[in-house]
Design a protein around this ligand. Structure first.
Ligand SMILES: C[S@@+](CC[C@H](N)C(=O)[O-])C[C@H]1O[C@@H](n2cnc3c(N)ncnc32)[C@H](O)[C@@H]1O
Length: 244
């Protein structure tokens, strides 16, 4: 009997990753540099906060996105995650931040009423699920977002670098990682439901190996990843869509 593939699971337990998650992803000059690029991209799409807007971070993990929100001036924030141990790590970052709450829950059944939030964000999360599950997660995120509010969602791009290597990589890892195409992205954010859909690339392939030593120059050069059609060649893209 075949086992359920990781991309078909709805709840992915990260308790084994929690103790080393931040150390392995956010420490070191290459990681710090990449995070600067990603944070800048998310800030650009979220816009400056006025302090009253409510924001939800779905699959918040150890609080990477919560820190982004705090540094952009957002004061009313909820982080939701399925794994208690990840939330425990996030707690250390949000203590003392004002109206920041953490909730254990499931992205497929968000424990909030319709239109609760002004913005719903999800970073480094959707790539863990197959397209039909991504659609269901986005339907829930859209439900809890108010009309006129925005979704800000990070994806892995299958067009990374325009090299065949990414397509081959997708064949190799398709049981556990989903890279999205431009066409799938259009499908996920249909014009009937969303307005002002904007896609920014975060980092271009390989450049961090060079620019981690010159981050300011790197940020200036990699800003080109925000511009279409270069945005699709980035490793990660962030989509901002306004709910109709
Ligand atoms: C790769 S981590 C990303 C964490 C964070 N957003 C970041 O960018 O660092 C994925 C997170 O999704 C959480 N997760 C998995 N399935 C979930 C579900 N159904 N609902 C909510 N969170 C889930 C895991 O516990 C884990 O913390």
């Amino acid at each position: 009997m075949s086992q359920t593939q990781k991309v078909d699971k709805q709840q992915i337990d990260y308790s084994a990753h929690a103790p080393s998650y931040d150390q392995s992803r956010f420490v070191g000059d290459a990681n710090v540099y990449l995070e600067q690029l990603r944070r800048r991209t998310v800030h650009k799409l979220l816009g400056q906060a006025d302090g009253t807007q409510r924001v939800l971070d779905v699959g918040c993990g150890t609080g990477r996105g919560l820190e982004y929100l705090a540094s952009a001036g957002y004061r009313r924030v909820v982080g939701l995650d399925f794994t208690r141990e990840m939330l425990a790590q996030a707690q250390t970052k949000v203590t003392g931040l004002g109206d920041y709450g953490l909730v254990r829950g499931d992205a497929f059944r968000l424990p909030f009423a319709d239109s609760t939030f002004d913005a719903v964000m999800s970073l480094n999360f959707l790539h863990m699920f197959r397209l039909n599950l991504q659609q269901r997660i986005l339907a829930e995120a859209t439900r809890v977002c108010r009309p006129g509010g925005r979704l800000v969602i990070e994806f892995e791009s299958i067009h990374k670098g325009l090299f065949v290597s990414r397509y081959l990589e997708q064949r190799r890892v398709k049981h556990r990682t989903k890279f999205n195409s431009l066409w799938e992205m259009r499908q996920l954010f249909p014009a009937t439901q969303f307005d002002q859909v904007r896609v920014l690339g975060t980092e271009l392939p390989k450049l961090h190996a060079l620019f981690r030593h010159a981050p300011r120059l790197g940020q200036a050069v990699e800003a080109i990843a925000h511009v279409p059609p270069i945005n699709w060649l980035a490793a990660r893209v962030v989509v901002r869509a306004v709910k109709r």
